[in-house]
Write a protein that binds this ligand. Structure first.
Ligand code: RTP
Ligand code: MG
Length: 139
């Protein structure tokens, strides 16, 4: 099934000039980049994006980190794109991520783990709409 998912290259990876390598990995996996933008989230915008985690102990730190520098937002389209991109990212904690995954290669810590990916069709729809308008995703 063709799907569109939402990815972020997080501040730690943008700061280390890894955007090209991460975008290339997306394309090498057969995913198409159908939307792309670079921006810096305010603390409030980061909190809105991660609202599902607002009760978690790491929420303050996570939203500080996500607003600490520019990110690159990507809409990705392909066969089972949500699961395909999550597989390519690897486990949340880079230390536990499979060899060859992006978090294993580029993640620095459980928080600064290089990339984000939507985890379900409903979250992909919310997250794509949070960052892109209808004219900015071209399939
Ligand atoms: P993401 O939403 O960023 O794609 O990551 P995920 O689904 O693999 O993990 P999730 O549970 O949704 O957590 C969101 C992000 O919060 C940070 N985190 N910190 N300090 C901690 O215990 C902790 N746990 C999670 C990570 O940056 C994680 O990606
Ligand atoms: Mg998540």
């Amino acid at each position: 099934m063709q799907q569109t998912t939402f990815a972020i290259i997080k501040p730690d990876a943008v700061a280390r000039n890894l955007c090209g390598e991460i975008l290339a990995a997306m394309e090498s996996a057969g995913l198409r980049i159908v939307g792309l933008k670079r921006l810096r989230l305010s603390k409030l915008q980061a909190a809105g994006f991660y609202a599902v985690h607002r009760e978690r102990p790491f929420f303050e730190s996570l939203t500080d980190y996500m607003s600490s520098g520019p990110v690159v937002c990507v809409a990705l389209r392909g066969e089972n794109a949500i699961a395909a991109w999550r597989g390519l990212m690897g486990a949340t904690d880079p230390a536990k991520a499979e060899p060859g995954t992006l978090r294993r290669k580029y993640g620095q810590s459980l928080e600064a783990n290089a990339v984000h990916g939507s985890d379900a069709p409903e979250t992909a729809a919310f997250e794509l709409g949070y960052f892109f308008n209808g004219l900015e995703i071209v399939e």
